[in-house]
Every structure is written in structure tokens, then in C-alpha cells.
Write a protein that binds this ligand. Structure first.
Ligand code: FAD
Length: 386
């Protein structure tokens, strides 16, 4: 980020920038055209990211991760955001939920994800339960010491087929002051277990080549050792992950907005109409000014959130503000860049149309803008009992 980075952090930023520019961006066109990341390209990105210490950089050193601070991770996510998610996510940042692994789970799930020998999925969303995650119908019922899992998840995403999923399922009903509430438990579910199907789902036009999967569970028998964290506490685990994930989306949106803005500025300075660069027309120049203001504001929000996270005081509404502002800022920047390019903005030979398409998902996944605004509103009104 351009705000007073330490020497060490500036070195991190330039290392990641060079990695993205040299090892990732050259493959963008191929991936967007074919909708696939060829295995050899994905593996090369994975290998190079390991060499540079960027793989699993988010996890603590005690488990073999990079041990970076949240502020440093924001630098990485921002630079990664300059390119397609389908490509940069081969440089995995395994979910921090895996730090809840205990006993044999550590060697079976956490450590292989840190080394890149296994990949995980985070499986919360269902066809009938998106924003309303508590509307989930995937359930696990007790059978002796075991649990039997039935249901379906969709839109579960990863750069490539994963080995296991962290699956959220209801395991009962709690009576609370505000009425009955589903107990949600997180289970570690292997792809090769009996009754489990992982299959590719519908293709997304944002980040072409980044896969979404459908997960089907038909009478899957799970021992108690497959529970991640505590029974009935899955939602708390999920909430923890979603908060930081929203900040990473904000940082990534800043990276993409910066790249779009570079393209917009270049075009505004060089494209001539009526005998002068179009940037000299106030209608174009003011667009660039508004982009710069939006980008700077987004960066400050990210910087504030990671500072709070590193101090252990980040709240849900802090992450929600980052997500909603940065994703909407990026969409404005993307739309204005297309406008500045005119017809060329929609032509396949330039990257603008792809960045515009890739930007759209950011207002939807990890909680839509509307859901983020609900979180912020609740935080404002709750102290007044409203
Ligand atoms: C490419 C991709 C990858 C994804 N990866 C994953 C993944 O790895 N794991 C995972 O679990 N999920 C994943 N998701 C799911 C994603 O988080 C959901 O798509 C998202 O939460 C929205 O749910 P929905 O699509 O069902 O939309 P819906 O919930 O049906 O929402 C439709 C519209 O209604 C609005 N709306 C809904 N409720 C309210 C309300 N109370 N107030 C106001 N407006 C409301 C929404 O804001 C939205 O505009 C992914 C989705 C996509 C597209």
C-alpha cells in the first residue's frame, strides 16, 4: 500500500508485484478464453509461491506457515487482486479455520494444507440458503457415537478439485431467549468417503477458470473425530473466517481498482478526440479524480481494519465496511474505465472487459453488499436496543 510502508513491507510488496507481473498475468488471456487453468500453469504458480514464501503465508510459523501479520497479508491480497482469482489462488492461503484442528486432525488436514499436499473447501452455501445461511437444510443426525450427514452444498469454490471440505450442517435445535435456533456444526468431510460426491457446478463469468463445486452427501457416516471445533459451535468458527475474508476481499478490490485505474489513466492521456487527449475533457478527468479518491479511501479502510485485526479488536462491522465500500468502489472504477475506453473497453483484445467482469463477483460472494449493510446497521442500532 502506498501509505508509509516499512522497508520490509515494501520489499514484500515488490516481491509479490514481480511474482504477479511475471508468473501470473501472462496467463490471464488463455485462462479467460478457455475457462480453464492448465494444471501445469497452476502447479508452476503454486511452486513459485512456495519458493517465495507466499504459500500459506497467512498461517502461523508454529504450523509451518509464513507467520505474517494481517497488515502484511493485506499487502499480498492487494497485489494478488491485480490479477484473476483463478490463477492467484493456486498460491493457497488455507482457511484459518483449520487452526481449530486437534489431535489426529492436525496431521490429516491442517499440515497437508500448509504444505500444499491437500486442498480444502469451505462449504456453507446451499441452493436454498445463500444470504440466509441459517436456512441450511444439510443436517447430521446422531447414530450412536457417529453422525450421519445428508444434504447438498453449491457454489463451493476452489482453483482445483479439493481433497476435503469443511461442511456446515445442523446437528439439532437450541431453545434460546429469541426462540428455537439451529445448532450448526462444522465437519471435516473427505471427498473419497462413502456417500460423498464432489462435482463441478455452473461456470461463473467472473474469474473464469475459478471453479465452483456442488457437494452431495447421502448418508455419510462420520465419526466424532470428524468434527472441527466443538459440536454446535460451527457458526462461530465460520463467522471468524468470514470476517477476515471480507477484509482480504477489500484489499484485493483495491489492487484490481489500481490496475484498472492505470489502464484508464493511460488511455485518457493517449486517446485523442477533437484534437486533444480525452483526459483533458473535464468529464473524463473528473472520473479519474473520483477513482483516485475512492481507491485512497478503500486503502485507508483496509489499513484501519488490519490494524484493528492485528491488535485483536476488529469487529464484524469493521470488516463489513471494508467489504461493502471496496467492492462497490471497484465496480464504479471498472464501469468508469469501460466508459473512458469507449467501444474498446468491451473488446476482447484489451484486459478492461475482463477486469470489469471479474469485479462483479466482489459485491456478491462472502456476503452481499446488502448483508454487509445489515451487519453495519445492527451494530449501530443494537446499543439502543432497536
Ligand atoms: C463464484 C462463487 C464462489 C463462491 N464460493 C463459495 C464458497 O467457497 N463457499 C461458500 O459457502 N459459498 C460460496 N459462494 C456463495 C456466496 O457466498 C453466495 O452466493 C452469497 O452469500 C449470496 O447468496 P446467494 O447467491 O444465494 O444470493 P441470495 O441470498 O439469494 O441473494 C439474492 C439477492 O437478495 C438479497 N438479499 C437476500 N437477503 C436479503 C436481506 N435480508 N436483505 C436485503 N437483501 C437481501 C441479496 O443481497 C442479493 O442481492 C460463492 C458464490 C459464488 C458466486
Amino acid at each position: 500500500m502506498n501509505i508509509a510502508l516499512s522497508h520490509e513491507d515494501e520489499l514484500l510488496r515488490t516481491t509479490v508485484r514481480a511474482f504477479i507481473d511475471n508468473e501470473v498475468i501472462p496467463h490471464e488471456n488463455l485462462v479467460d478464453r478457455t475457462g480453464e487453468v492448465p494444471e501445469n500453469i497452476g502447479r508452476a504458480i503454486e511452486a513459485k509461491s512456495k519458493e517465495l514464501g507466499l504459500f500459506a503465508a497467512n498461517l502461523p510459523e508454529r504450523v509451518g506457515g509464513g507467520g505474517l501479520t494481517y497488515a502484511q497479508m493485506a499487502i499480498i491480497e492487494r497485489e494478488f487482486g491485480r490479477t484473476s482469482h483463478a490463477l492467484h489462488s493456486w498460491a493457497a492461503r488455507p482457511t484459518e479455520l483449520l487452526l481449530a484442528c486437534e489431535g489426529e486432525q492436525v496431521e490429516k488436514y491442517l499440515m497437508p494444507c500448509v504444505s500444499g499436499d491437500k486442498r480444502e473447501l469451505f462449504a456453507l452455501t446451499e441452493p436454498g440458503a445463500g444470504s440466509d445461511a441459517m436456512g441450511m437444510t444439510t443436517r447430521a443426525r446422531r447414530d450412536g457415537d457417529d453422525w450421519v450427514l445428508d444434504g447438498m452444498k453449491h457454489f463451493i469454490s476452489a482453483p482445483t478439485m479439493a481433497d476435503f471440505a469443511i461442511v456446515f450442517a445442523t446437528t439439532g435445535i437450541d431453545e434460546t431467549k429469541s426462540g428455537p435456533r439451529k445448532r450448526v456444526t462444522a465437519f471435516l468431510v473427505d471427498r473419497d468417503m462413502t456417500g460423498v460426491t464432489f462435482r463441478e457446478g455452473t461456470k461463473c463469468v467472473s474469474n473464469r477458470g475459478y471453479k465452483t463445486y456442488e457437494l452431495l452427501f447421502d448418508g455419510v457416516r462420520l465419526g466424532p473425530e470428524q468434527i472441527l471445533g466443538e459440536e454446535g459451535r460451527g457458526f462461530e468458527l465460520a463467522g471468524k473466517w468470514l470476517g477476515m475474508g471480507r477484509v482480504w476481499i477489500g484489499a484485493s478490490c483495491c489492487g484490481k481498482a489500481e490496475r484498472l485505474m492505470e489502464l484508464a489513466v493511460e488511455w485518457a492521456a493517449n486517446r485523442k478526440q477533437f484534437g486533444q487527449p480525452i483526459g483533458r475533457f473535464q468529464a473524463t478527468g473528473f472520473r479519474l479524480a473520483d477513482m483516485a479518491i475512492g481507491l485512497r479511501t478503500g486503502e485507508l479502510l483496509v489499513a484501519d481494519a488490519v490494524r484493528r485485526a492485528d491488535a485483536g479488536v476488529m469487529r464484524d462491522e469493521d470488516a463489513a465496511m471494508v467489504k461493502v465500500y471496496c467492492s462497490e468502489m471497484l465496480n464504479r472504477v471498472a464501469d468508469e474505465t469501460v466508459q473512458i475506453y469507449g467501444g474498446m473497453g468491451l473488446m476482447e483484445e484489451l484486459p478492461v472487459h475482463r477486469l470489469w467482469r471479474d469485479s462483479r463477483i466482489e459485491r456478491i460472494w462472502d456476503g452481499t453488499s446488502e448483508i454487509q449493510r445489515h451487519i453495519i446497521t445492527r451494530a449501530i442500532l443494537r446499543p439502543l436496543g432497536a
